[in-house]
Design a protein around this ligand. Structure first.
Ligand code: ADP
Length: 489
């Protein structure tokens, strides 16, 4: 089976959040599967992408694609990354600028054109490098038009005659909605500008296009798959389209890269530890972290970590709202950037209580690792959560996840108040301040029962968050739609 994966970000090349982790790990894991012969990954060639450890090689020649009423040149660069060939799609007009999607003052105003360019370039690039995929595996709105292009402009193109598309929804809150002029720029026929096809409230919605036209739609957890069909607040206007395609929608839980996220070998953290040595390793990490961050040096205080985008979705504002009540028992360390109002709130409480609350407003990979390793609990009271990676990473580092029981959090963190010995974390039914407060109060009492706590830590660290199961589920779906049986083609 030949797979072409397309996305707007993938770790370790470019990352703003979980999408990158998932696309990077999925690409790498799928390339190792016996069911898959070749994997190519397409990414935009952002300004900083070639400045990492990779040196992309320019592919000789170039080609032209139409965007709006112009003709744009596409240059391709190649990075051989393990068994994955990574093609970087280049056009300086669109990608040679700081940041992936936005500046601190807002989204780039030409994001529609940037990703129309990228998607049309990917389809032509497949021909240019002569890679005829069985499956084009698309991720989130930035690639939602690809399934639509294949079923419209490319419907009679023999090169793609056997190609099927899979569209994965990582977060339905970001849909890529634009006006009618974007529909024109994308080059579709007016024949397809109807509500059952590409039209969306007088404009175009890239995610709707992916959902409508892909052969299969997946999303990143079984619970979220259900929620986006049933809950209009979560589906944000796409519940109708999703219900229509319900039989082609599958929830497959994300995994985490267990090599990158391994407390035994992690070189960022103060001291490595595993299931047998966490009781020694974690307190050491906590002590060093408290020292580095200027927190009170006190082993008896619970250290609550949070590594997150600052966005209403994540409920980090609730942490700022309840923290005051617990500062005598709990220390807080929040690493995150994003929404200004949430950041202001966090900054205010951190400056009022520097020995009990630390807020680091940046994107910092090393510090993220240190927080996962040093904290006793990890707060993630999300208001909605397609899958979530941070709660899985935290669990692997023995930092007990405190989550709301929704989406992927529900599918990964198991809390039974009547049987704590079998729990791997704590969950609240609804993400509210009062629920979070009562849960923190409960956690303070459980933390004092060292044996029970130690059991929860072991359960968390032992939970299987690897990609193995998900990769088998994806390959089974790919085989089913492409009509490929056990033999490789
Ligand atoms: P998202 O909705 O942002 O994708 P996830 O939980 O799925 O949330 O994934 C978040 C990923 O981004 C995790 O790997 C987390 O460690 C990382 N991350 C988020 N914010 C930061 C930050 N400020 N610094 C470093 N890593 C971060």
């Amino acid at each position: 089976m030949k797979l072409a994966i397309c996305a707007s970000e993938a770790f370790p090349f470019c990352k703003t959040g979980g999408l990158a982790d998932v696309v990077g790990a999925l690409s790498s894991n799928l390339s190792k599967s016996n069911e898959v012969e070749n994997v190519v990954l397409f990414l935009p060639k952002y300004r900083d992408i070639g400045k990492t450890a990779f040196s992309p090689k320019k592919i000789t020649g170039n080609f032209i694609i139409p965007v709006s009423d112009r003709r744009e040149t596409v240059n391709l660069y190649l990075v051989e990354w393990g068994r994955v060939k990574v093609y970087l799609v280049d056009n300086p007009r669109y990608f040679d600028r700081p940041g992936l999607y936005r500046t601190s003052s807002g989204e780039f105003s030409d994001n529609d054109e940037r990703f129309i360019f990228f998607q049309r370039a990917v389809l032509e690039a497949l021909k240019f490098v002569d890679f005829k995929p069985d499956i084009i595996f698309c991720h989130d709105w930035q690639t939602g038009l690809i399934p639509a292009y294949l079923k419209t402009l490319y419907s009679i193109d023999a090169f793609f005659a056997r190609t099927k598309t899979v569209f994965t929804i990582h977060n339905i809150a970001y849909q890529g909605m634009f006006g009618k002029e974007t529909f024109v720029k994308a080059g579709f026929s007016w024949f397809d500008f109807t509500p059952d096809k590409l039209e969306y409230y007088g404009g175009i919605n890239f995610m709707k296009a992916g959902i409508n036209y892909a052969d299969i739609i997946t999303t990143v957890s079984p619970s979220y798959a259900k929620e986006i069909c049933e809950n209009a607040q979560i589906a944000r206007g796409l519940e109708g389209v999703l219900n229509f395609r319900k039989n082609s929608l599958f929830g497959i839980l994300n995994g985490i890269d267990t090599e990158v996220w391994d407390p035994a070998t992690d070189t960022f953290i103060y001291k490595g530890y595993d299931l047998k040595t966490f009781w020694r390793g974690k307190p050491y990490c906590k002590k060093m972290f408290q020292k580095e961050m200027g927190l009170e040096q006190n082993k008896n205080k619970i250290l609550a970590g949070c590594v997150s985008r600052l966005d209403w979705q994540k409920g980090v504002d609730m942490i700022a709202d309840v923290a005051n009540r617990f500062l005598d028992k709990i220390q807080f360390a929040v690493l995150g950037s994003g929404d200004k109002e949430i950041a202001d709130k966090l900054r205010a409480i951190a400056s009022a209580h520097p020995s009990g609350f630390v807020f680091i407003e940046e994107f910092n990979e090393e510090l993220a690792h240190k927080i996962y390793a040093s904290s006793d609990i990890f707060l993630m009271p999300s208001r909605f959560e397609p899958c979530g990676l941070s709660q899985m990473i935290a669990s692997r580092y023995g930092s007990i996840a405190v989550v709301s029981r929704i989406g992927g959090l529900k599918d990964t963190i198991f809390y039974n108040p009547d049987n704590l010995i079998e729990s791997n974390g704590f969950s609240i039914d609804l993400p509210t301040q009062s629920n979070l407060s009562s849960m923190l109060g409960h956690i303070i009492s459980v933390y004092n029962s060292k044996e029970i706590w130690s059991n929860i830590v072991k359960n968390a660290m032992k939970t299987d968050f690897s990609w193995n199961k998900s990769v088998s589920e994806y390959t089974a779906l790919f085989k089913k739609i492409s009509g490929i049986d056990n033999n490789l083609t």
